[in-house]
Design a protein around this ligand. Structure first.
Ligand code: C5P
Length: 241
């Protein structure tokens, strides 16, 4: 049995990026000279934590993805799987593929729209999935939360125990795959992410410390922010030499 596999999700389109992509895939947009998704792919591959990295993509993006990965020397390093309509369906397609080619002990799932995942996050996610069955990268909430009623804010909610969820998320493969199959047989519109499937079954998800720079590129503003983060990182790396 292989130990760890990764699913890198690139099967969406990014409707809030339509102005910049013309309906294309936002993770193919340029970030510092290569597509957004290449940044997290390099980190996954460079971590040396995975026997297999599966790129879950849209059928219509395959040729362009292959060409861009090829020019970055990355095309031969991934398995290709066509995703589905929703993110959840794309995860399921990736899990089905892994179960056919040889189920790993743990699977790590990452949104390719988050280019700044770190090796430390990957290692801690896998370690916690191995120990507790499931983990997610998350950051404590810093904003004040208020409840609205009738157009007015009427109550301040305690935020002490609240987190914003990022990716990667990592799981014991069999645990997640079984939960996915149960969900396919009895869908629940309230369930919007993989961790929720396990929470519903009473399992706690271990927390891995995320960071503010592990942003998800959703809007054109996020892409500008990502360019600034990348520039700062490149400058910092340059200063070390
Ligand atoms: O659209 P959003 O940014 O929330 O998508 C999060 C991640 O899930 C992205 O990396 C996107 O490519 C992926 N995704 C997918 N299949 C879908 C929808 C989204 O792989 N059907």
């Amino acid at each position: 049995m292989s130990k760890n596999s990764a699913l890198l999700l690139a099967g969406g389109s990014g409707t809030r990026m339509a102005a910049a992509t013309g309906g294309g895939n936002k993770v193919l947009l340029d970030l510092g000279g290569e597509p957004v998704l290449c940044h997290s792919l390099r980190t996954l591959l460079g971590s040396r934590c995975f026997d297999r990295v599966v790129l879950v993509h849209r059928d219509e993006d395959r040729a362009r993805l292959e060409e861009r990965l090829d020019s970055g020397g990355l095309a031969g390093s991934v398995d290709w799987v066509v995703g589905g309509k929703e993110r959840f369906d794309s995860v399921h397609a990736g899990l089905e593929f892994l179960s056919k080619v040889g189920a790993p002990k743990n699977v790590l799932i990452h949104d390719s729209a988050r280019p700044f995942v770190t090796t430390a996050m990957i290692e801690e996610s896998l370690a916690k999935a191995a120990e507790f069955g499931a983990s997610t990268v998350a950051v404590p909430l810093s904003d004040t939360l208020k409840r609205e009623d009738g157009g007015f804010l009427v109550e301040t909610l305690p935020r002490k125990h609240l987190y914003r969820i990022q990716t990667p998320q990592a799981f014991d493969f069999q645990l997640l795959f079984a939960a996915h199959k149960r969900f396919r047989n009895a869908p629940d519109p309230m369930v919007t992410d993989d961790c929720m499937l396990l929470e519903k079954e009473g399992r706690g998800i271990a927390i891995v410390s995320g960071c503010e720079s592990n942003i998800k590129i959703t809007t054109p503003f996020d892409l500008k922010l990502a360019q600034a983060i990348l520039e700062e990182r490149r400058n910092a790396a340059g200063e070390e030499f």
